[in-house]
Design a protein around this ligand. Structure first.
Ligand SMILES: [Zn+2]
Ligand SMILES: [Zn+2]
Length: 154
C-alpha cells in the first residue's frame, strides 16, 4: 500500500503537511469521509482548519487523487481514486479518465451514512452519450443497510 507521500510525489506534486494529513486520513479509512469527518480526525494539528481542509480536498480532486460522492444528507464525501490504471487523468480526448475516477459504484447505508467505493462495478456508458452530452460527473449509487445497521435493527 502506498503512503500519502508516495501518492503525491508519484503524481509529480509537492507534498505539504496539510496535504499529507488530509490524504492520509482518507488512505487510512475504509469508508469515504466528509469534510467534517476529516476535520475532526485532524483536530489538534495546528496548520489545519476548515478552510485548509476544503482547499486541500479541492486540490486533491484537481489532481485526480480523490473523488467526491454525493450523499443523502447533501454533504459530499471523499475517497481515494482507484490505484493507478493505464489512463492519463488529463487526457481530455477520451472519457476513460472520467470513467475510471467516477464511473464506479458506491454503496451507501441509509441509516448510518457509511459510503464505500465499489470499484469492481463500473458504468458501461455507450460512446454515443459522450458524443452528444457533455458529461461532468457520473455516479452509480446502491443504497440500503450496512451489516452493522442490519444487526442493530434485527
Ligand atoms: Zn449503516
Ligand atoms: Zn468511489
Amino acid at each position: 500500500m502506498q503512503t500519502a507521500e508516495q501518492l503525491i510525489t508519484d503524481a509529480g506534486l509537492r507534498p505539504t503537511k496539510a496535504r499529507l494529513a488530509v490524504l492520509s486520513s482518507l488512505l487510512n479509512s475504509h469508508n469515504a469521509l466528509s469534510h467534517t469527518e476529516i476535520l475532526a480526525a485532524l483536530q489538534g494539528i495546528k496548520e489545519i482548519d476548515r478552510v485548509t481542509v476544503y482547499r486541500v480536498l479541492d486540490w486533491l480532486q484537481e489532481h485526480a487523487l480523490i473523488h467526491k460522492i454525493s450523499t443523502d444528507d447533501r454533504a459530499w464525501k471523499f475517497q481515494l481514486n482507484a490505484p493507478k490504471r493505464s489512463y492519463k487523468a488529463t487526457d481530455a480526448s477520451t472519457n476513460s479518465g472520467l470513467l475510471s475516477n467516477h464511473g464506479h459504484a458506491h454503496l451507501q447505508c441509509q441509516r448510518c451514512g457509511t459510503v464505500l467505493c465499489i470499484h469492481e462495478l463500473a458504468a458501461h456508458i455507450p460512446q454515443a452519450i459522450f458524443d452528444t452530452y457533455q458529461i461532468s460527473h457520473i455516479e452509480i449509487n446502491l443504497k440500503g443497510l450496512c451489516p452493522q445497521c442490519q444487526q442493530a435493527s434485527a
